[in-house]
Design a protein around this ligand. Sequence first.
Ligand code: FES
Length: 317
Amino acid sequence: MLQVNVTRKADEAEGICSFELCAADGSTLPAFEAGAHIDIHIADGLTRQYSLCNDPRERHRYLISVLKDPSSRGGSIAMHEQVRSGQTLTISAPRNLFPLDSSAQLHLLFGGGIGITPMLAMAWELSHQGANFELHYCFRSSQRAAFVEMLAQTPFADRIRFHDDSGPQIQKLDASALLATPDAATHLYVCGPAGFMNYILDAAQNAGWSQDRVHTEFFAAAPIDQSANAPFEVELASSGQVFRIPAERTVFDVLDEAGIAIDSSCEQGVCGTCVTRVLKGIPEHRDKFLTVVEQAANDRFTPCCSRARSSRLVLDL
Ligand code: FES
């Protein structure tokens, strides 16, 4: 855990605020990789993850950007309405669940709306490395587009394509055309709201892009129909203890109540913090974090939301 001061809070676009965070004791901050996020403890019981969007080679600050989402679970509203410049916050050290793949010869970055945030850090890093990349930034209207002026001043401005949904057809992103020919040396990185993600991912899938070259970061999982949930058991490999997981509860909840600690963060299957090894049994994957290939291996699952197809899972706990 780190103590940071909010040294600057700024309106970046309609409904979007950025927050500059510096170490409260004036020291340098832990280094971070492009794609990393931090947990911010906004209030008691209210922790949210935000991507770091500044140049990863900066050590004097972290920069995050937050979209005020009226349908959110409260985190973004609290960030906008309660967090003030000068305030001290507790944050986690950065963690990276959305890394760049250094084997790629071309990186195609797709940021939709506030999903531009991890792409900014990626673009800075790729620019430093002299790597080959394009950044596609899609937004609903110019009023809702953050960082446009800043991006125009960057050394990689010529690699950015802006796609304004409310603008002329010719500049809108045509994902099917752009991704029509899969390339083994090209990797895709996609972050944004669900509709945007599906648009890019469907185009990639239809064109035959291999899953291992498509990297995603979801903000939130779509609601899951829980009506057909069935109870099952989990066994802890270390102790042999067996727990019954009722239809209306998650593995994480049941184990947490029993004092079995599993790290968690989003609790909706998007961040990957809770991923746990499965030694026996078949999980029913409900997360958005593991790839299709990783899910098919059935050797890991996310206890915050996933369930079981078999009557028992033996977990490496
Ligand atoms: Fe985020 Fe489980 S806590 S995936």
